[in-house]
Design a protein around this ligand. Structure first.
Ligand code: URA
Length: 211
């Protein structure tokens, strides 16, 4: 597994505003959206492209375009939905699948409650959107699911990560060179309820309210 922590002043600035308990939901959604686009820029560094001829007003030349099969973006419901627009802004031709995963607040184990994905992901590059890499259980379950269906590389984009979660993902995909986590920061630790400290609270609640 590869880990990329994006060290950029704009990323740090937006993340600080997201952390602020007084940031309201509309502002939180806008900031999350902007932050994902910045992270996605780095996360798509190895997106597959092929040569493509183009004629400018001045001369013909050769550029590139995304290859087929197109990348697929998979937000983990529900909080990952708050990252979708920011991601597809950068990859407008990507396909979008959905994975609904919920963690039991007592055992902290993740289970899948919804799945809208092609059965066959052979040869696909997949971008998983999950704002909080906390215990790592949800992300490991999601990435295993995608690799079992044939995805060739999986990049998880997380707004924040805890060291404990990174270790869980790292040990699950120790020898898998094509699993990458891209995040804006690695925080101090998890608390006894599985929340990232200092973190930003419950990402789903802050995006969409407590339901
Ligand atoms: N999920 C969240 O939304 N926040 C955390 O801190 C941990 C998991």
């Amino acid at each position: 597994m590869r880990l990329s922590v994006i060290d950029h002043p704009l990323v740090a600035h937006k993340l600080t505003a997201l952390r602020d308990a007084s940031t309201d939901s509309p502002t939180f959604r806008r900031l999350a959206d902007e932050l994902v686009t910045l992270l996605a820029y780095e996360a798509t560094r190895e997106v597959r492209v092929e040569p493509h001829p183009v004629t400018t007003p001045v001369a013909p030349t050769t550029g590139v375009r995304l290859t087929s099969p197109k990348p697929i973006v998979v937000p983990i419901l529900r909080a990952g939905l708050g990252m979708l627009d920011g991601m597809v802004r950068l990859l407008p031709t990507a396909e979008v699948g959905f994975l609904g995963m919920i963690r039991d607040e007592t055992t902290l184990q993740a289970t899948t409650y919804a799945n809208r994905l092609p059965d066959d992901l052979s040869g696909r590059q997949v971008y998983v959107l999950d704002p909080m890499l906390a215990t790592g259980g949800t992300l490991v379950a999601a990435v295993e699911y995608l690799l079992e269906r044939g995805a060739v590389d999986v990049t998880a984009i997380c707004l924040l990560a805890a060291p404990e979660g990174i270790e869980v993902v790292r040990s699950a995909f120790d020898r898998h060179a094509h699993v990458t986590v891209v995040t804006a920061a690695v925080d101090e630790r998890l608390d006894e309820n599985g929340y990232i400290v200092p973190g930003l609270g419950d990402a789903g609640d802050r995006l969409y309210g407590v339901v």
